[in-house]
Design a protein around this ligand. Structure first.
Ligand code: FEO
Length: 401
C-alpha cells in the first residue's frame, strides 16, 4: 500500500480497479482502470482529487503512510465525477478542518451528490492561486472537459499539471506510476478509446483548454487515469488530444456491421476487399454482434472513413447497429466520410434509416453509393460494393480533415 514519490513534495496516492467490468457502466475495461490522486506534503498538506469510494480504505492507508496523524489542509477538486469525488464525504468527516478548493460549479455538485454545504471553501476563479509552502498552485477553469465544473491545477514550482481526466487513459497501473519506468504498449490505444468514449463530444472545449495551457512550462502531467506523463511523452499525449479534439484523422476506413445469418457480413467482407484493392491499407472491421461499440468509437476517431451496415429487424434497423448510430451522434462527429449498406427479407428499413441518420451529420460527407441486399447476395451485389468502396477510397484521400 505504498504511496509513491513523484516530484518535489508530490506523491501518488491513487488506486487501481481491476475488478470493474464497465466504466461508467457502459465501456469495457479489459485492463482495468486507475483512479489517480496526488498528495502534496508541504507546509500545508494538499490532496488533489480523491478516488472511487469503494477504494476509500486503501486510499486512506496510502495517505496516512505519508502524513500519519497530521491533517489534510486542502482538498483540490478538479472534477466531480464520482470516480474522483467519491471519497470526499469520507475525508470531510475525518478531517473537519479541511478546506475544499473548487469553483462555483464544483460546490453546487458537492451539495447535490454528498450533501456537503457547511465545509470550509476556497472558491476559485480562472487564474486564482494557492501557496502550500514550497509549491505554488494556479487554477485554470476548463469547463466541459468533459463536465461543466472541470478545472486543472498547475504547480508552478515543479511544472506539474494536475489535469483531471484530460490526457488520461483506461488501464490500471502495473507496478509503476511514471511513464519512463513502465511498458506503455497498452496505454496508447487505451488513450484513444478513453478520449473517444468519454470526452469525444467535447472537441471545442478541449481545444479551448489546450489554448489556455499553451506556453505553460509543463514537465509532468498527472491525469486522474493512467500513467504520469513526463519527457517526450508529454508532447505525444498533448498532440494526440489536439488531433482528436479537432477530429483530425488518418487515411483509413472503419466498417462496423451486424449480421444475423452471414449475408450482411458477406457485403461487409466484399466492401473491405474492394477498399484494399483500391489501395486503402487501414481497414478496421468490427462485427457488432461480438464487439462493443467502445472499440468502434476508438477507430472512428482514428480513421476518416466509416461504413455502417446492418439487417432490417422488425421493420427497423437492427438494434445493435442503431445503438452504434446513437453513440456516434452523441459524439458530434466531424470531418468524416460515411457510407452505408444493409439488408432485408421482405421490406427494407436498414438502409433507409441509416441514410436518414447520415443526413443529420451536417459536418460530415455522406456517400450516395449504398448497397442494399434483398435476402442473399446476387450477381450485382459485388458491383455495388465495389462502387461504394471506390467512392470511399477516393473521398478519404481528398476530404479535408
Ligand atoms: Fe474519470 Fe470524468 O471521471
Amino acid at each position: 500500500m505504498l504511496a509513491q514519490k513523484l516530484k518535489g513534495k508530490i506523491h501518488y496516492v491513487g488506486v487501481n480497479d481491476r475488478k470493474i467490468h464497465r466504466f461508467e457502466g457502459m465501456w469495457p475495461v479489459p485492463y482495468g482502470v486507475s483512479y489517480n490522486s496526488y498528495l502534496i506534503v508541504d507546509e500545508s498538506v494538499t490532496l488533489i482529487d480523491t478516488v472511487d469510494v469503494a477504494y476509500g480504505e486503501v486510499f486512506l492507508q496510502k495517505i496516512r503512510s505519508l502524513i500519519g496523524d497530521r491533517p489534510i489542509d486542502y482538498l483540490v477538486v478538479n472534477h466531480m465525477e464520482p470516480d474522483h469525488s467519491g471519497s470526499i464525504r469520507l475525508l470531510a468527516q475525518l478531517y473537519p478542518g479541511l478546506v475544499i478548493v473548487g469553483n462555483k460549479q464544483t460546490f453546487g455538485m458537492l451539495e447535490g451528490y454528498y450533501g456537503l454545504r457547511d465545509e470550509q471553501r476556497y472558491e476559485v476563479k480562472d487564474g486564482d492561486f494557492l501557496s502550500t509552502g514550497h509549491h505554488k498552485l494556479r487554477f485554470t477553469l476548463t469547463p466541459m472537459v468533459h463536465w461543466p465544473e472541470t478545472m486543472m491545477t498547475f504547480d508552478e514550482t515543479e511544472g506539474v499539471l494536475f489535469a483531471g481526466d484530460a490526457f488520461g487513459c483506461f488501464g490500471a497501473l502495473n507496478g509503476g506510476v511514471v511513464d519512463e519506468g513502465m511498458n506503455l504498449d497498452i496505454y496508447w490505444d487505451e488513450m484513444v478509446r478513453y478520449y473517444s468514449n468519454i470526452v469525444g463530444k467535447y472537441g471545442n472545449p478541449v481545444q479551448k483548454a489546450l489554448g489556455k495551457l499553451a506556453g505553460a512550462p509543463v514537465r509532468m502531467i498527472c491525469s486522474t487515469h493512467g500513467p504520469v506523463w513526463t519527457g517526450e511523452r508529454i508532447a505525444r499525449v498533448v498532440g494526440l488530444y489536439d488531433r482528436m479534439s479537432r477530429y483530425d484523422t488518418d487515411e483509413g476506413v472503419v466498417i462496423a456491421y451486424a449480421s444475423m445469418y452471414g449475408h450482411t457480413e458477406q457485403v461487409a467482407e466484399q466492401i473491405a476487399a474492394h477498399l484494399n484493392a483500391a489501395g486503402v491499407k487501414n481497414v478496421a472491421m468490427h462485427c457488432l454482434n461480438k464487439t462493443n461499440a467502445s472499440f468502434v468509437l476508438r477507430d472512428v476517431f482514428r480513421y476518416r472513413g466509416l461504413i455502417v451496415g446492418g439487417p432490417t429487424y422488425s421493420g427497423q434497423l437492427y438494434p445493435e447497429v442503431e445503438g452504434l448510430l446513437s453513440k456516434l451522434s452523441v459524439r458530434e462527429l466531424k470531418n468524416h466520410v460515411i457510407g452505408c449498406f444493409g439488408s432485408f427479407t421482405w421490406a427494407g428499413a436498414a438502409v433507409k434509416r441509416t441514410i436518414a441518420w447520415g443526413e443529420t451529420l451536417k459536418q460530415n460527407e455522406f456517400l450516395p453509393q449504398t448497397v442494399e441486399l434483398k435476402q442473399g447476395c446476387l450477381a450485382d451485389t459485388d458491383e455495388a460494393c465495389r462502387q461504394l468502396a471506390r467512392a470511399m477510397a477516393e473521398r478519404i484521400r481528398t476530404a479535408k480533415s
